[in-house]
Write a protein that binds this ligand. Structure first.
Ligand code: COA
Length: 296
């Protein structure tokens, strides 16, 4: 789909996207590039990174890839520094790197829990921490706005999610980091920190892990995936938040899921509610005040 935004809204900006080699991270990188940004992507897998950088460059986007694991502070430091050296400044950090797998809480080892906390929560904080000194500095595309950070989380922890105790906890921490940094760095350095909580997004590594094709038709039907989003939906929200269009938005986590997290089973059909409601109204009108309904 074509973007509804002007093609130059990120002109002159430099973005670093963790997990930018695939899925949502790649789409955000591509859309940022199509709207004028230069993009550095960070990931653990060399081949995936190389393919993603070539794809971005073939779209005419100034792009570079840096291998690294967000769990390692030395990698985070090196990649942020390399991005700054390569492009000359840094305006936008997107934390899209994440780890996920389906597992019951009973079967999840503490190390499995820690692994996802390390990637999603500690990794997000580490990247923000290492990027701060560069985000504080202005780049030529910055205008009057400060640097900005965008953290990708989820809606899993708004209620409770089956077989996702580790990811729910990790994403809750990410949202908390988003708000705390928005408060501190927004006040101190004019750096806006926001988040996006995607619903189930088609054609992503996350979805292929959470709803693999091996899950049979019946089980699949009972999973609330009737309203799959597209990577494009997340990237458009990302553009809005990091561009000057979002200049007064700080500490907000935008849910991009088509309203899915609010959904619950409909216990009565709409027509039945209409009938029942009228009957109840009539009964309450005809009931003398003070007479218990059980006595009528
Ligand atoms: N079920 C239960 N436990 C699992 C598991 C699974 N499917 N996959 C990994 N674990 C556990 C391991 O058993 C290990 O714990 P242990 O030492 O107590 O046995 C721990 O998690 C770490 O696993 P390991 O394979 O060593 O971690 P890794 O660093 O190589 O990989 C993952 C990290 C597990 C998060 C891996 O899925 C990954 O790299 N994910 C990134 C891509 C991704 O998930 N994308 C989707 C984003 S939404």
């Amino acid at each position: 789909m074509e973007s509804p935004f002007k093609a130059d809204i990120l002109r002159g900006k430099v973005a670093l996207v963790t997990g930018g080699g695939s899925g949502i991270g790649f789409e955000i990188s591509a859309q940022f590039g199509k709207h004028g940004a230069s993009v550095a992507i960070m990931g653990r897998r060399k081949q995936v990174l190389e393919a993603a950088v070539s794809a971005l460059q073939s779209l005419g986007i100034p792009a570079v890839g840096f291998e690294g694991d967000v769990r390692k502070q030395e990698d985070a430091k090196r990649v942020v520094e390399s991005t700054f050296k390569h492009f000359g400044w840094l305006d936008i950090l997107v934390n899209a790197a994440a780890g996920n797998f389906l597992v019951s809480a009973e079967d999840l080892s503490p190390n499995g829990f820690r692994t996802v906390m390390d990637i999603d929560s500690v990794g997000t904080f580490t990247m923000c921490h290492e990027a701060l000194k560069y985000l504080k500095k202005g780049g030529p595309g910055r205008g009057t706005c400060g640097g900005t950070i965008l953290n990708i989380s989820a809606t899993l922890h708004y209620t409770a999610s089956w077989y996702q105790v580790h990811v729910s906890a990790a994403k809750a921490a990410v949202d908390s980091i988003t708000r705390s940094l928005a408060l501190e760095w927004g006040s101190d350095y004019d750096i806006r920190v926001n988040g996006i909580a995607p619903g189930p997004i088609g054609d992503t590594p996350g979805m292929s892990k959470l709803a693999p094709k091996e899950i049979d038709g019946k089980a699949r039907e009972s999973m609330p995936l009737y309203n799959l989003g597209e990577k494009w939906d997340i990237a458009m929200s990302a553009l809005y938040l990091v561009s000057d269009a979002g200049k007064y938005i700080n500490g907000t986590i935008i849910v991009v899921d088509g309203g899915l997290w609010l959904s619950r089973p409909r216990h009565l059909p709409k027509e039945a509610v209409k009938q029942l409601s009228r009957v109840v109204e009539r009964r309450s009108r005809d009931t003398p005040v003070g007479v218990p309904t059980s006595k009528l």
